[in-house]
Design a protein around this ligand. Structure first.
Ligand SMILES: Nc1ncnc2c1ncn2[C@@H]1O[C@H](COP(=O)(O)OP(=O)(O)OP(=O)(O)O)[C@@H](O)[C@H]1O
Length: 314
């Protein structure tokens, strides 16, 4: 698949503080890449570097074949960017603002009109195009922010925390819009919201303390949920030592007089031997549940769980 954005070895320091260190990012045609991390992990710093708004201290960025540092005009023409705080002119109408953005992207005449009409339609802004941006709801303002990012049909769109500060209905609508946008553009979605990545992204890069600690498909992240725990109940339970002695059982926790948690190595599942014994010894099986880590548990393990991070996962 064609690589549309490639960043290698990106680093950025603020005085003695390392905001981002040796990050690699690749975005292919047609995919939504989730860039996930807790507050302060370095997401916005990375997005600013990728969009040409902050110079990296080290590293290279190529967008659709153009080097962002040596061919900035060509590279930026391939890119749309919605910063964390959308760059809106509150005193302009939606239509005026989008025309202005299209002009900044060197569109003129019929091409400009057609691009603005198309983006108003795609972003569901038809009803509010003559209204002042300052008077719109946060949801419509965010749609307008997304519209300015795609008005020039860039190859890659970078969205930094696009649902932040929105109510649940607006969040759902903006997520639908992101899905729609991904039909025509590759998207980098920077967010601290794990379910947002699960809902929208094909691949995920998890960043913590300025470094990438996981980079793979969503499926691979789910793979890490492989179970190693069973919850089991019997109406006529055996002594715990008898369960403990079964093949592949690593240890047993007693949850109640009839309920147990069995721990095992993921590659040695004891379910079959448990079922055979339960039937032959008439333990009267009532419940057998495979317990899994949630993605949130895995995320927390990956980012070295700390209290500050808890507040950011919602
Ligand atoms: N202009 C700056 N001057 C000094 N330090 C900065 C500056 N910008 C960011 N930092 C620091 O760099 C680190 C990464 O910040 P960044 O804003 O990129 O994180 P983030 O993952 O986007 O977090 P958030 O979700 O809170 O915006 C933080 O420790 C932050 O304090």
């Amino acid at each position: 698949m064609t690589i549309l954005l490639e960043a290698q070895n990106l680093s950025r320091f603020f005085g003695p503080n390392i905001a981002v260190q040796n990050i690699d990012i690749t975005v292919k045609r047609g995919e939504i890449l989730g860039f996930l991390g807790p507050n302060g992990a370095g997401k916005s710093t990375t997005m600013k570097m990728l969009s040409g708004n902050l110079a990296p201290d080290n590293g290279e960025i190529r967008i659709n074949g153009f080097d962002l540092l040596t061919q900035p005009k060509q590279a930026k023409a391939q890119l749309g960017y919605l910063p964390e705080n959308p760059p809106l002119y509150r005193e302009l109408t939606v239509g005026e603002y989008l025309k202005h953005c299209a002009r900044l992207n060197r569109l003129k005449g019929k091409a400009l009109k057609s691009a603005v009409d198309t983006v108003i339609d795609r972003c569901g802004l038809g009803e509010v195009q003559r209204r002042l941006i300052g008077q719109l709801s946060k949801g419509y303002q965010q749609r307008t922010g997304i519209a300015q990012a795609i008005v020039h049909s860039p190859a890659v769109v970078i969205l930094d925390e696009p649902t932040s500060g929105l109510d649940p209905v607006q969040i759902r609508q903006i997520r639908e819009l992101i899905r729609e946008i991904a039909n025509e553009h590759s998207v980098i979605l920077s967010t601290h919201i794990l379910p947002e990545v699960e809902m929208l992204c094909d691949r995920v890069q998890i960043i913590s303390k300025g470094q990438v600690i996981f980079a793979d498909s969503l499926a691979a992240l789910h793979q890490q949920r492989l179970s190693s725990r069973l919850r089991i109940s019997f109406a006529n339970p055996p002594p715990i030592a008898e369960i403990q002695s079964l093949e592949h059982v690593a240890s047993v926790e007693v949850l109640s007089s009839q309920q147990f948690r069995i721990l095992y190595h993921p590659e040695n599942d004891p379910t079959e031997s448990l079922l055979i014994q339960a039937v032959s010894k008439q333990w009267q099986l009532q419940e057998l549940v495979r317990e899994q880590d949630s993605l949130e548990d895995i995320f927390m393990q990956l980012i070295n769980f700390d209290t500050a991070a808890v507040e950011t996962i919602n």
